[in-house]
Design a protein around this ligand. Structure first.
Ligand code: NAD
Length: 380
């Protein structure tokens, strides 16, 4: 697919935002989106309008209602799509058809066909797509990526990542969807780890994986449905290797089958040093470096902004006004989705699977990038 010239907005002042999906994660987003002066949240929508109304009240958002209310709002330039994974493409496509730029929560889509369709529709309409995770724009991962790009570890050679928990059914009151197609530890947590690896190494060219499912039935552990059984549809332990275009390789574990919890482990080894990255589900955290000959880690403090979910939307908004590429793009998220689908296919086939798509390189975020500063002038 061609890389389109980035869309530029001729409007002035803060970029208008409409949120669709007033569930759990909308709180974290609205904590940021409603305080960044370069954004103005005009409306929040949900299938359940009462959920949208409650969030609007909580955050002082002037308008709320059903999906069309956000799609048709004249001041909304970016739709922030925080619906469930199965609705991501449908809602994003409706926004593209309404002429709005779209930010979507992860995963970008559940399959290649619908994801590619969305990329093509946006491309031909001159619409920007952004997608979570934006955690790699946070101070922790940006500090690590800057060190890697500066050559502090030499040539990056290998990566290891680990995400292991017993599974979310012990604490999540409604966990069945996390064990269905489009979720599981790979699709739910993979975007954080694989996006980080792609930022460090570049595009993935092929993958090989094994997966397993220890239990066909799990039991809800908390909330009003505690004790209810549900069916596990996807592998709950995935062990995946990736080879990158550069020749580098990585090994990742994604598991809902471990009594011991171990998350956020990401190490990248180069010719001169190993770097330990902070949890890729977070925006902050220490970076540690172990150079050849060292006897212990050297801790490097993270520098830069770490405002939380919504940084990617702000970067997209500022880039839209400036007519420059934004960083957490739909194409990057599609590449990660393509890699995850390929990992699933490799588990089924027992063979290596080629990854056809490529990820565009994301420019580093300037250390002095300041989300709380107004850069786009007064209100439009
Ligand atoms: N909860 C978390 O901790 C978390 C963390 C990171 C990312 N995410 C991602 O955020 C997204 C949302 O997760 P959540 O936990 O907020 O889910 P949720 O179920 O709490 O909220 C989703 C909301 O979207 C609404 N919705 C569903 N389909 C819709 C449609 N077609 N049109 C309009 N509204 C629709 C639902 O009514 C609901 O209010 C998911 O993609 C998830 O992967 C969640």
């Amino acid at each position: 697919m061609s890389i389109p010239a980035p869309a530029k907005s001729s409007r002035k002042g803060p970029v208008g935002v409409g949120v669709i999906g007033a569930g759990n994660i909308s709180k974290q987003y609205l904590d940021s989106l409603t305080v960044f002066p370069d954004l103005k949240v005009h409306v929040i929508a949900d299938l359940f309008e009462e959920a949208a109304a409650a969030r609007a009240k909580e955050y002082g958002i002037p308008e709320w209602g059903g999906v069309d209310k956000a799609l048709n709002h004249p001041d909304v330039e970016i739709i922030v799509n925080l619906t469930i994974p199965a609705a991501h493409v449908e809602v994003a496509t409706a926004a593209v058809n309404a002429g709005k730029h779209v930010w979507t929560e992860k995963p970008f889509s559940l399959d290649r066909e619908s994801g590619l369709g969305l990329l093509k529709a946006a491309d031909s309409a001159g619409i920007r797509l952004g997608c979570a995770p934006d955690t790699f724009l946070g101070a922790g991962l940006q500090t690590a990526l800057r060190l890697i790009q500066r050559g502090d570890i030499g040539t990056p050679l290998t990566g290891m990542t680990t995400f292991q928990t017993p599974g979310p059914e012990s604490w999540h009151p409604n966990p069945a969807f996390l064990f269905q197609y489009g979720a599981g530890p790979l699709f739910d947590m993979g975007p954080y780890y694989l996006t980080t690896l792609v930022q460090a190494f570049g595009s993935i060219r092929k993958v090989a994986a094994v997966g397993s499912k220890a239990k066909d039935i799990r039991v809800i552990g908390s909330g009003p449905k505690a004790g209810e059984e549900f069916t596990v549809e996807v592998p709950t332990h995935v062990s995946a290797m990736a080879q990158f275009e550069s020749g580098a390789s990585s090994h990742s574990v994604f598991s809902f089958e471990s009594p011991r919890t171990r998350m956020g482990f990401v190490e990248i080894t180069g010719t001169e040093a190993t770097i330990s990255l902070p949890d890729p589900n977070n925006f902050d955290g220490d970076v540690r470096l172990w150079r050849a000959g060292d006897e212990d880690w050297t801790t490097i403090p993270a520098t830069g902004p770490a405002n939380g979910r919504g940084m990617g939307v702000l970067d997209m908004a500022r880039s839209l006004r400036a007519g420059v590429p934004h960083r957490a793009t739909g194409s990057l998220a599609y590449h990660v989705l393509d890699a995850m689908v390929s990992i699933s296919e490799s588990i089924d086939s027992g063979t290596f699977v080629d990854v056809e798509s490529s990820a565009p390189a994301s420019a580093p975020l300037p250390v002095d990038w300041a989300p709380e500063t107004m850069t786009l002038g007064g209100h439009a």
